[in-house]
Design a protein around this ligand. Structure first.
Ligand code: 1CP
Length: 347
């Protein structure tokens, strides 16, 4: 199969904006657009665990397409999770409802890291099949592939569950650099292979989520984390694919996150896009950054906020409109549909 970037998606608004071409209005998609805000998602997920849904190709493909049909967003994002490659590599992990990823045994020692297995190409088959099924139904709309960056992934592995302060993670980072290096190198390789499989099966853009990198100072990010994120993108070096890099609360890290090898920097809602653009010398396409809290405000209030984000986004060479972080599960999906219609000039 010819890759969609060579046949159908190269002229899409999302791919153009991701490669620095300014579009009349910004292409729009939402982080976490699939999932709990959608009644059709809650319905199709009944009786299936989150990871079963991710690893059943027909189900993962259908859930990926649900928000595209409902909201008419400019891109799909593959329905999966950042811990899926851990599961495929044999790590005992589950996604617990209303909690998030939980490991049977946190991985905090050199011995535990030494036991981690490599990912095999065979084990990625459910991912390739699901991506192929999505892409065959998307036409000229691009699919965004994604993975977790090594720091964020390692934080779940070391803490064993979602954390607020990342103290076990930082304890390992500061006290045992060799084990840290081995763990982040392993995480970089499985995320890199997970992304590569999605691109080879037809994803046109990728996003690397370093959701929790904002917990680090810039010097720590530069000295102890950055090279592993660069290693993830290294797995895609020959594929010529636009790469988005996103973190929460990462306003101090923007330049370093670009230097990892990103084409687009995702900015959360804490930093206005014109300020982010200025920090990056107005040379980097930006993605973001509607404050998710506005989804619960009256339409006129939300609409002026969206207008403000679009105006500030013009300070960057190009702009992909998104939220500053994921869609909250309690969001009224009609509000998301209305934002898309408004941005597309249909309201
Ligand atoms: O049963 C359910 O529905 C569980 C909720 C859920 C969903 C729908 C989880 C558990 N993951 C997902 C899908 C998912 N995860 C997607 C695809 C859907 C889409 O974007 O439309 C993506 C891109 C992710 C990526 C992900 N998982 C990130 C990075 C993005 C972000 O939000 O910062 C992170 C940090 C995770 C871990 C995770 N998985 C699930 C939860 C609840 C969490 C976060 C837990 C925490 O607070 O630490």
């Amino acid at each position: 199969m010819d890759h969609p970037l060579n046949t159908s998606t190269a002229t899409s608004a999302l791919v153009r904006a991701a490669t620095g071409v300014r579009t009349d209005s910004p292409p729009i998609w939402f982080m976490r657009q699939a999932g709990r805000s959608l009644p059709e998602y809650r319905e199709i997920r009944r009786g299936t665990t989150m990871l079963e849904a991710c690893l059943t190709p027909a189900l993962a493909a259908e859930i990926t397409l649900q928000p595209v049909r409902r909201h008419n967003v400019d891109a799909a994002i593959f329905f999966s999770d950042i811990v899926v490659p851990l599961k495929l590599a044999g790590v005992a992990v589950e996604i617990v409802a209303d909690v998030g990823p939980v490991l049977a045994q946190p991985i905090r020692t050199a011995a535990a890291v030494a036991k981690l297995q490599e990912l095999t190409a065979d084990s990625l088959a459910p991912i390739s099949i699901a991506v192929g099924a999505v892409v065959s139904q998307l036409g000229d709309k691009p699919l965004i592939g994604f993975a977790g960056a090594p720091f964020t992934l390692a934080s779940y592995m070391i803490e064993g569950k979602p954390s607020r302060d990342y103290l076990h993670t930082k304890a390992l980072m500061y006290s045992d650099p060799e084990t840290w290096d081995a763990l982040l190198t392993w995480a970089a390789d499985i995320s890199g292979q997970f992304l590569r499989a999605q691109v080879q099966a037809g994803a046109s853009v990728v996003q690397l989520f370093d959701s929790w990198a904002g917990a680090l100072s810039l010097p720590d990010y530069v000295e102890r984390v950055m090279k592993y994120s660069a290693r993830v993108f290294g797995h895609l070096a020959d594929l010529g694919i636009p790469k988005i890099h996103f973190g929460v609360n990462s306003g101090e890290l923007l330049g370093a996150m670009r230097d990892v090898g990103a084409d687009v920097i995702g900015v959360d809602h804490r930093l206005p896009l014109d300020v982010a653009a200025q920090r990056l010398g107005a040379s980097v396409p930006l993605q973001g950054n509607i404050e998710p809290g506005y989804l619960f405000a009256p339409w006129e209030t939300l609409r002026s906020h969206v207008d403000d984000v679009i105006v500030r986004g013009r300070s960057a060479p190009s702009h992909i409109l998104n939220l500053g972080h994921g869609v909250p599960p309690t969001t009224d999906p009609d509000v998301l549909t209305r934002i898309v219609a408004y941005v597309h000039g249909e309201e």
